[in-house]
Design a protein around this ligand. Structure first.
Ligand code: FAD
Length: 385
């Protein structure tokens, strides 16, 4: 009886449409760019079984990513859908650490900030904290003595309002991009570093890959994660990705013993320490304009750090960076396929260090499944069409 039943089931299975349970054909994808966004997109595509090639003209993370402060946070990100992407980004870094392990070094110490009573800072900060509390972000207002308890030796100066957020982290941005690219390679991705992408390749009106300085790479899909170089290439597939200029200067010290276990943001200053011991500090998160990325600026930044933390050991300046933010015109990500060339996809954004994990996950899924993901629906390229 049992045997008959099994034959019946086998017979039913064999009458099913041949494609019903067949694995879909493996898709080939070329990812242009190995900044933090391309590195994450490439990693997730490889993890989901695609045949991936990551092409980058330099080594991983050498352009905007290398100039990033890389605070992983959702502070003052609005509207709610943008806050959500950043929050999912933070959680995504925790997932990636589970998947990749300790090679992916992240400092999970949260963030601490305080303000003197400058330029409506108190009212603005209260509003931000209230909004974030309503969105479930683990942040709370604290007072000066709590700041002093959390940061022994600090000399806060005037402290009209302060906050502590528990969920934030920070990475060394280049190390993070390198780690994701290496993890992608372990999952089978091909790496074409030192390769310049010259243009999209078309056959019969359809995009069939990319032309590079080292020859043609054919693929079913092309994902453009080219940072500030995205707009002209994306335009050849009918995608508008308007960006605006915003610079950021940071000072990097020589490696030091562990001094900061969290991201610290006193008035007009931001400080963090990378796993290799280097302190990174800048003046704020806005456009630094014409501020030169030279030794004099670096010494000024470090003097501010010392003003708030007079007990610190010498802080020898090692190098300066001048970064050009990848900043879409309206400040929000531009993510999605071209309507004229649906197998060409773009992912360009600011706060890319925070969002890289969720963006990598969503972009890989959309490219491979062809199903639009709701989290991205406010951030499609079509808003600039
Ligand atoms: C000063 C500063 C501070 C920041 N602070 C934070 C922060 O605290 N938190 C946060 O979340 N974000 C922060 N950001 C933003 C974040 O760093 C960026 O959003 C992110 O690094 C962008 O990554 P990307 O991969 O899109 O671009 P990129 O890192 O520029 O990568 C693009 C890649 O494309 C490659 N490429 C371009 N053209 C070609 C071509 N033709 N052929 C081959 N390869 C090509 C480049 O070589 C490059 O590697 C900051 C940025 C700056 C500048």
């Amino acid at each position: 009886m049992l045997l008959k039943r099994r034959h019946l089931l086998m017979g039913l299975a064999s009458t099913a449409a041949p494609s019903a349970f067949a694995a879909p054909p493996r898709k080939s994808v070329v990812v242009v760019g190995a900044g933090i966004i391309g590195a994450s997109v490439g990693y997730h595509l490889a993890a989901y079984g695609a045949d991936v090639t990551i092409v980058n003209r330099a080594g991983p993370g050498q352009e905007t990513t290398a100039k990033s402060f890389a605070w992983l946070n959702a502070f003052n990100k609005k509207p709610y859908s943008y806050y959500t992407l950043n929050m999912l980004g933070i959680l995504g870094w925790r997932r990636l650490q589970q998947e990749i392990g300790q090679d992916l070094a992240i400092q999970w110490g949260g963030g601490i900030s305080w303000h003197a009573d400058e330029k409506n800072a108190v009212a603005e900060t209260q509003d931000i904290i209230r909004r974030l509390e309503g969105w479930g972000y683990p942040i709370r207002a604290i007072n000066r003595s709590e700041v002093e308890a959390l940061l022994p030796g600090v000399r806060t100066g005037p402290c009209a309002i302060a906050w502590k957020s528990d969920i934030d982290g920070t990475v060394d941005p280049v190390a993070a991009a390198e780690t994701l690219v290496a993890a992608a390679a372990r999952k089978g991705a091909r790496l074409a570093m030192g390769t310049n992408v010259l243009g999209l390749d078309r056959t019969g009106g359809r995009v069939t890959g990319v032309q590079t300085s080292k020859g043609l790479i054919r693929a079913d899909h092309v994902v453009l994660c080219m940072g500030n170089d995205t707009p002209p290439m994306a335009a050849t597939a009918g995608l508008k990705t308007p960006l605006k200029e915003s610079r950021g200067v940071l000072a990097h010290t020589e490696p030091l013993r562990p001094l900061f276990g969290q991201v610290v943001m006193p008035p007009g200053c931001d400080i963090k320490q990378n796993p290799d011991g280097r302190l990174v500090t800048g003046s704020n998160f806005g456009d630094s304009g014409d501020t030169p990325a030279d030794g004099a600026t670096g010494e000024k930044f470090l003097a501010k750090v010392r003003n708030f933390f007079p007990h610190l050991p010498p802080l020898p300046l090692e190098f300066m960076t001048l970064g050009h933010r990848v900043l879409p015109l309206d400040g929000h990500p531009i993510v999605g396929p071209s309507s004229s060339d649906p197998n060409v996809y773009v992912a360009v954004m600011h706060s890319g260090m925070t969002q890289a994990p969720i963006m990598g996950q969503c972009v890989a899924m959309e490219v491979l499944n062809g199903v639009p993901i709701d989290w991205l629906s406010d951030y499609r390229p079509s808003r600039f069409a």
